[in-house]
Design a binder for this molecule. Structure first.
Ligand SMILES: NC(=O)c1ccc[n+]([C@@H]2O[C@H](COP(=O)([O-])OP(=O)(O)OC[C@H]3O[C@@H](n4cnc5c(N)ncnc54)[C@H](OP(=O)(O)O)[C@@H]3O)[C@@H](O)[C@H]2O)c1
Length: 304
């Protein structure tokens, strides 16, 4: 064993109370050799006893102080303004969180040579020619997508050591906060509510555990640049719903097929989307589970 192996790796997680942040923390929190600091905009952590500091990433001096005080080896930025429709009207706030906040994190990360792992999205694409590889040309159709693309560009020009992870449709086990898509489908139908699901949005839904493991591996193997991290199966949201219905033995008559246009949402969505994951598979052996395997894990862990 080398001396440096005895030193704990310091990992800082922004967006700790969010869907992805929670799952990343679950994975790291009991690992020997890891000193974890978690942060979010809320006053308290949802993990009692875990090192936590409240920080609004739009406050430059607060972000820099937090990072300089902790001196992390790696920062995982899972914080973002993620409400796609609200981004259309709350443009100033969306830009502040998704772009300026990321710039502030980069400034401090660059000074300390800290590895920044930032989470981006397939919404940087227009959805006319998916699934997309890491080298395809972005062309966002929503303000959310524009802020996320701008954050990628801000990171690229910042001089910080970085990895940009693009992902899509996150689902999985989360202890607290909003329901993921799978639990929303299961809960709605079990309550006897009819749900309307689009047939024209195609992507490869990403199981949170797969993404969290990919993040850990990216830090461990020092992988830099852009990586797509998505699920193994490319399918429409309607077909994904039917897989959930089938797996949990729900009544399919509660699901009505519609198209995106019917929803009249404020923000446009990329339709033919999804992310090609070959680079991650070949470079660090990324192996996402199948949809059925992920649903089995959720069923067991959440007693669904
Ligand atoms: N969910 C998906 O399907 C999906 C798909 C593709 C990419 N992504 C990307 O993946 C990442 C994680 O997504 P998620 O679904 O886990 O998001 P999430 O559940 O909405 O969590 C985001 C977290 O960021 C925090 N946050 C918001 N504004 C902040 C601020 N000013 N300062 C500090 N923290 C702030 C939120 O705290 P509050 O709740 O207190 O505001 C929340 O805890 C995001 O970058 C997102 O763009 C998500």
């Amino acid at each position: 064993m080398q001396f440096q192996d005895l030193i704990k790796k310091r990992i800082l997680v922004f967006g700790a109370n969010g869907m992805l942040g929670q799952r990343v923390i679950e994975l790291y929190k009991d690992q020997p050799g890891i000193e974890l600091l978690t942060s979010s905009s809320e006053n308290e952590s949802i993990f009692p006893g875990l090192a936590y500091l409240q920080c609004d990433i739009t406050k430059r001096e607060d972000v820099k102080k937090l990072i300089y005080d902790f001196v992390p080896d790696a920062i995982i930025n899972a914080s973002a303004y993620t409400n796609v429709d609200k981004c259309e009207t709350e443009r100033e706030l969306a830009w502040k969180v998704n772009v300026k906040g990321v710039e502030y994190i980069c400034e401090a990360a660059r000074v300390l040579d800290t590895h920044l792992i930032h989470i981006s999205t397939d919404y940087i694409f227009d959805g006319t020619a998916g699934p997309y590889s890491e080298v395809d040309v972005p062309s966002p159709v929503s303000y959310y997508g524009r802020t996320k693309l701008a954050s990628e560009n801000a990171i690229k020009i910042s001089g910080a050591l970085h990895t940009i992870i693009r992902t899509n449709v996150l689902y999985g086990v989360i202890a607290s906060g909003r329901l993921d898509f799978v639990r929303w489908v299961v809960n709605s139908i079990r309550k006897g509510e009819k749900i309307r699901i689009v047939t024209d949005q195609i992507n490869n839904p990403t199981f949170l555990d797969d993404l969290a493991i990919a993040i850990v591996d990216i830090i461990r193997f020092k992988k830099y640049g852009i990586y797509n991290i998505g699920g193994r199966e490319l399918l429409s949201r309607y077909d994904f719903t039917m897989r959930i219905v089938d797996f949990f033995g729900l009544d399919p008559s509660f699901v009505t097929a519609i198209v995106t246009e019917d929803l009249k949402q404020p923000a446009k969505r990329p339709l033919k989307s999804g992310l090609i994951i070959l680079k991650a598979e070949s470079e660090f052996n990324y192996k996402p589970v199948s949809i059925d395997e992920s649903l089995a894990i959720m069923k067991k862990e959440l007693a669904l």
